[in-house]
Design a protein around this ligand. Structure first.
Ligand SMILES: *Cc1c(COP(=O)(O)O)cnc(C)c1O
Length: 222
């Protein structure tokens, strides 16, 4: 079942992405049982995404998940930052200078994506696009902070052209700020596309898809 779903997603990557070899599937396992996570790994998943530190640590400690690349995709509070740095390989939701400084000073290395609010909805997380230039110019000088690209979420809507505009915006921002690149500041990765909109994200150049229910089925309620 999970293997079949992954087969379809992999075919979609070949069909819709301009550079299929660069695309990775982050299987979002928040509120999913261990058994399903194991099945995904058996079916070739190399990247798992979680949005709560403690839930993730409980599950990731199992041997079955040794060697899996771990992505933190939720909002990260500063007081949980160290736990995140110690246990995850990627952070998709960097959006404050405070956190950027903390990461830069830490002995643990984590690859970071800056979350941008591309949905146009005021209550959504991420930096507003117009605050991005100042933020980037500041954090690019932080030695020890490894920026790899941008992350964004489109509005939850059936309006495909609106979703596409959001993803195109993220891509154009990454292209624009490629001029600022240094050895520890890259604009190579675009984390965009979830279960309901990943095909559009692929067409617009996503390199990380974050897919949960489309792989594992519905999440548990607790
Ligand atoms: C839960 C979550 C996803 C996965 O959503 P699905 O609709 O289940 O694919 C992706 N990104 C973020 C940031 C999430 O919190």
């Amino acid at each position: 079942m999970i293997a079949d779903k992954l087969t379809v997603i992999r075919e979609d990557i070949k069909r819709y992405s301009p550079y299929p070899d660069r695309v990775r599937i982050v299987a979002v396992s928040k509120k999913q049982p261990i058994e399903k996570m194991r099945s995904a790994v058996e079916a070739g998943i190399k990247d798992l995404g979680e949005n709560r530190i403690q839930d993730a640590l409980d599950k990731f400690s199992l041997e079955a998940f040794d060697g899996i690349t771990r992505h933190f995709i939720g909002y990260l509070q500063s007081n949980k930052a160290n736990k995140c740095l110690q246990n995850f390989n990627w952070l998709h939701s960097l959006q404050t200078e405070k956190l950027a400084k903390l990461i830069a000073k830490s002995d643990y290395r984590i690859k970071c994506l800056i979350e941008v609010n591309i949905s146009g909805e005021a209550n959504k997380s991420g930096l507003p696009p117009d605050e991005l230039p100042d933020f980037l110019k500041k954090v690019r000088d932080y030695e020890g902070l490894e920026i790899q690209g941008l992350m964004g979420m489109a509005a939850f809507t059936d309006d495909k052209s609106r979703i596409r505009r959001s993803f195109a915006l993220l891509r154009s921002l990454a292209e624009e700020y490629k001029t600022l690149e240094t050895d520890h500041f890259k604009m190579d990765e675009l984390s965009m596309g979830m279960t309901h909109d990943y095909r559009i994200a692929l067409e617009e150049g996503a390199t990380f898809l974050r897919i949960g229910t489309g792989i594992f089925g519905p999440r548990s309620m607790n």
